[in-house]
Design a protein around this ligand. Structure first.
Ligand SMILES: C[S@@+](CC[C@H](N)C(=O)[O-])C[C@H]1O[C@@H](n2cnc3c(N)ncnc32)[C@H](O)[C@@H]1O
Length: 421
């Protein structure tokens, strides 16, 4: 393991293997099935990777260079947990650059010194139990305060999103073989945990479990304030978190850190003993019909408290509609007023959408910048960063973009000429 390097310089170009002299000390070499045969070395992975060529290369048609898809397993990530990944060798090399020693202390600093590590509390304030019409769920056993971090987990499986559906790059049967292998390469305890998760009973079992239980996550270390990531989206399987059911007005939210792969579950509000913990699988700012469409696509009909109360749905739809209408009005900068800002803040709060408040302030800041009111722009920009740190996380793409906006305003104040909102 190497000593911490600030996040801005940690990113490894994924073709660093092409020029061994150019890569940083902490950038691992690219590993695939062929390099393993040539070098007899698959460090930092615990097991030699298995790879499949992309479709068109198998058919021997000349196509622009496409990557292999492989399975990579490490039995001890930085937190000591195992992880199996299905991705390209290039992305695996990027993940390998931080998965054994991410730069955690700056994230902890940002959280006021609160440890950022998957923890098993001596006693969790919740338990998993069987619930009517939903399979298992997670229920509070004690009073939980708003803002409490309830779960901090690393994934046990990651799958390149592109490979999860029918796609023109890799054969479905190859993807399924890799999924099977990725699962089998996990220790028995994690295998049992994964195989015990909910599934819809459709198709191939590991694929079914992934489709029923994963979150879309971006993988990588952000490049300074540009917010650039570009390492491809993956489906992440977090077995403990996967037991939490969906609600359209949830009492918890997820916070994901792309530079460590950690997913946290945080209480959105105070939760009483006996209440079920819930998160939203769908974006919160959409209307009930769109939500049920989306959840049907996920394979279930929602039975949450909001969905069982037609009057409450009507009110919620009206409020979420008004939020949308106000946001559309803000597209015309002259229509933004402080009254409308107060109205939207109130609606967002009532709808339990505080997770979106940071994005909202960021939008407002941008509108003020377009109007040339840079003091107001900075005020809202900074508010946005503060809220995003809390709800999206210090290293999230959204937070980085908001920080970039404030930095550009500050640079402009200091005399840089080229202002771009
Ligand atoms: C990620 S799992 C959640 C945990 C799951 N209930 C279990 O037994 O492990 C997702 C599945 O839980 C069920 N589920 C989650 N939220 C639900 C809701 N609001 N209404 C009905 N079923 C729900 C659906 O079957 C869905 O496919």
């Amino acid at each position: 393991t190497s000593e911490p390097i600030p996040p801005t310089s940690r990113s490894c170009p994924n073709n660093s293997h092409l020029n061994p002299l150019s890569h940083q000390r902490s950038c691992p070499l690219l590993v695939d099935d062929e390099t393993v045969i040539l070098t007899n070395n698959w460090y930092p992975w615990s097991i030699p990777p298995t790879c499949f060529l992309p479709k068109k290369q198998q058919n021997k048609r000349t196509v622009p260079k496409a990557s292999k898809l492989c399975t990579f397993t490490t039995l001890d990530t930085w937190a000591g947990t195992p992880l199996s990944i299905i991705t390209t060798p290039e992305t695996a090399a990027d993940i390998a650059s931080f998965i054994h020693a991410p730069y955690v202390s700056w994230l902890e600093n940002d959280r006021g010194g609160v440890p950022f590590k998957p923890t098993h509390y001596p006693k969790n304030p919740f338990k998993v139990e069987k619930l009517p019409n939903k399979g298992y769920g997670v229920v509070a056993t004690e009073h939980i305060k708003k803002g409490t971090v309830l779960m901090v987990q690393l994934p046990v499986m990651l799958q390149l999103l592109e490979s999860a559906e029918q796609n023109d790059k890799w054969e479905t049967r190859d993807v399924l073989k890799l999924l099977q292998r990725a699962g089998n390469q996990l220790p028995k305890e994690q295998q049992r945990e994964v195989m015990g998760l909910a599934a819809q009973g459709k198709g191939y079992v590991v694929d079914d479990i992934m489709k029923t239980n994963t979150f879309d996550v971006t993988v990588g270390v952000l490049e300074g304030s540009t917010g650039q990531m570009g390492w491809g989206s993956h489906s992440g399987l977090y077995p403990e978190i996967a037991r939490i059911n969906h609600a359209c007005k949830p009492n918890c939210f997820t916070r994901y850190s792309p530079s460590t792969l950690i997913m946290e579950i945080v209480a959105y509000r105070d939760i009483s003993p006996g209440e079920e913990l819930s998160i939203s699988y769908a974006p919160l700012n959409i209307l009930s019909t769109d939500r049920s469409e989306l959840l049907k696509w996920w394979g279930f009909t929602c039975t949450c408290a909001l969905c069982q109360n037609p009057t409450a749905i009507k009110k919620s739809d009206k409020q979420r509609n008004r939020i949308q209408a106000l946001l559309e009005e803000f597209d015309t900068p002259s229509k933004l007023t402080e009254e409308k800002i107060s109205e939207i803040e109130e609606l967002v709060r009532e709808e339990g959408m505080e997770g979106q408040m940071g994005d909202l302030y960021n939008i407002i800041g941008n509108v003020y910048a377009q109007r040339g009111e840079l003091k107001k722009a900075k005020e809202y920009g900074k508010k946005g960063v503060m809220w995003l740190k809390r709800y999206a996380g210090a290293d999230s793409e959204r937070t980085e973009m908001a920080k970039g906006f404030v930095k550009r305003l500050e640079d402009f104040e200091r005399g840089a000429r080229d202002w771009r909102p």
